[in-house]
Design a protein around this ligand. Structure first.
Ligand code: CTP
Length: 432
């Protein structure tokens, strides 16, 4: 008898569970078969939180989507792609929006390697067979009579238990080379090992050189999406190791050189940090400027993302130039270099100075303390002191701030005294 995970589904969340029950019932009424598939099934079995509902329908997703919209007033159709046989509905439950992706069971035909596949409606077996790894090819029945029953046609359950990443057929990486990146991603994320034959095929795919500079050849932003997931993982040290050791970097650019770092930037406590940008900067840091720009563009980064990376790399370069020239670097130098930069840019600079203890502690001090220092006085106070409105005001405030960085305990009176000192010394200068 096949395993049933109704009890595990029940525990994920009340709303999602009752939705799955309802979807199964409506599918039955419409004479369709519906299954939960993909990452959510894998993660429920591993007891990870994942509420991304991907449902396949044998064989008509669009029919189920229409039936759900007609039956439930809190369900709206959000998208429908007849060419791909997919639809998306959104339920609103207790003010919460819950999206559900529906797809007809499909098979994919690749006309040439790495092409976008042609999609034909098929049965469940073919739909599961077109997927990347056995652990991602499990389905759970939603039909009332078999609700929660696992359909495991490719031994995904034993692979899940034995922590193995295994492809379903030998041409999998050739059909879709982004799966090479995904293999490393799931390995690092789940602490799984890439099964021996799969690793052999992965090596062959890389060694064949056919996917060198893939980002130039592949349409859409699929590589960017996979790289973003990969470099966002907490286990970034294994990611970097595999990225270079397996030769995955060649898919980004054959001009990249393997590089390592012993100090890593921990962004686990700050969810909003785009960790992946920090590590993209890290891997491209030794390329010449032109190749850097080209790589970032090929990776389809936005202007804003490119700016964040460039700012981090430039700050590192500027500070390195000062170090080479034996110039003193103190809190004020760091402040001037890093102020107004995005946190990711600052962390890029920090990562690139990972072997320089003095710089590391100055940058940490900037992040923790200096960047928060604020003046008690404003431009208005300077104007009241008789200083003429204009650019000078900003410059004097900046100077006071630089003094305050070295003497953080300055009171308002100290700041006013400093302002007077600076303004009298500067009125005598021809240029300030
Ligand atoms: N899939 C695939 N080949 C790809 C991308 C996806 O076979 N190149 C299939 C897998 O079955 C996968 C499912 O589509 O489980 C959903 O893809 P995606 O959302 O990218 O991955 P998840 O497995 O859901 O993983 P995560 O939760 O980490 O996003």
């Amino acid at each position: 008898m096949s395993e049933n995970i109704k009890d595990k589904l029940e525990k994920i969340d009340k709303e999602h569970f009752s939705l799955l029950i309802d979807i199964g019932k409506v599918a039955k009424e419409e004479n369709l078969k519906a299954y939960l598939v993909g990452g959510m099934v894998r993660d429920i079995l591993l007891r990870f939180n994942n509420l991304d509902m991907d449902i396949v329908v044998e064989a008509n997703a669009s029919k189920l989507a229409t039936a759900l919209v007609n039956k439930f007033p809190n369900c709206e159709l959000s998208a429908k792609h007849d060419r791909f046989h997919t639809a998306k509905v959104i339920f609103t439950i207790n003010g919460k929006k819950i999206p559900v992706d529906l797809a007809s069971t499909r098979e994919e035909v690749y006309e040439y390697p790495a092409a976008l596949p042609k999609v034909n409606v098929s049965d469940l077996q073919k739909d599961l067979y077109r997927r990347d790894f056995t652990i991602n090819a499990l389905a759970v029945s939603l039909l009332p009579e078999s609700f929660g029953e696992i359909v495991d046609l490719f031994n995904g359950l034993p692979d899940l238990k034995n922590k193995k990443i295994k492809i379903l057929h030998d041409l999998s990486f050739i059909d879709d080379p982004t799966r090479i990146i995904r293999a490393v991603r799931f390995g690092a994320k789940l602490g799984f090992e890439i099964e021996a034959h799969t690793k052999q095929l992965l090596d062959q795919a890389i060694d064949s050189r056919r996917f060198d500079n893939l980002i130039k050849k592949i349409r859409g932003d699929r590589v960017k999406i996979e790289i973003r997931y990969l470099f966002n993982l907490l286990n970034i040290s294994q990611v970097l190791k595999d990225f270079f050791q397996f030769g995955i970097y060649r898919m980004i650019s054959t001009k990249l050189e393997p590089c390592h770092t012993t100090t890593l930037i921990n962004t686990s406590e700050t969810n909003s940090i785009k960790q992946w940008l920090i590590y993209i900067a890290f891997i491209i840091k030794d390329l010449d400027k032109e190749t850097q720009e080209e790589t970032l563009k090929n990776l389809q980064l936005t202007g804003e993302e490119i700016k964040i990376i460039n700012n981090g790399l430039s700050a590192h370069k500027d500070l390195s130039t000062l170090i080479l020239a034996n110039k003193e670097i103190n809190s004020v130098t760091i402040y001037k270099e890093l102020k107004e930069l995005a946190m990711e840019s600052i962390l890029i600079t920090k990562l690139l100075f990972s072997s320089n203890k003095i710089l590391l502690s100055l940058i940490d001090d900037y992040i923790l303390n200096t960047s928060h220092i604020k003046l008690n006085i404003t431009g208005q106070d300077l104007i009241s002191m008789g200083i003429k409105e204009g650019k000078t005001i900003g410059r004097i405030l900046n100077k006071i701030l630089e003094v305050k960085i070295e003497r953080p305990n300055m009171s308002q009176e100290d700041e006013i005294l400093e302002a007077k000192k600076i303004s009298t010394s500067t009125t005598n200068e021809t240029e300030y």
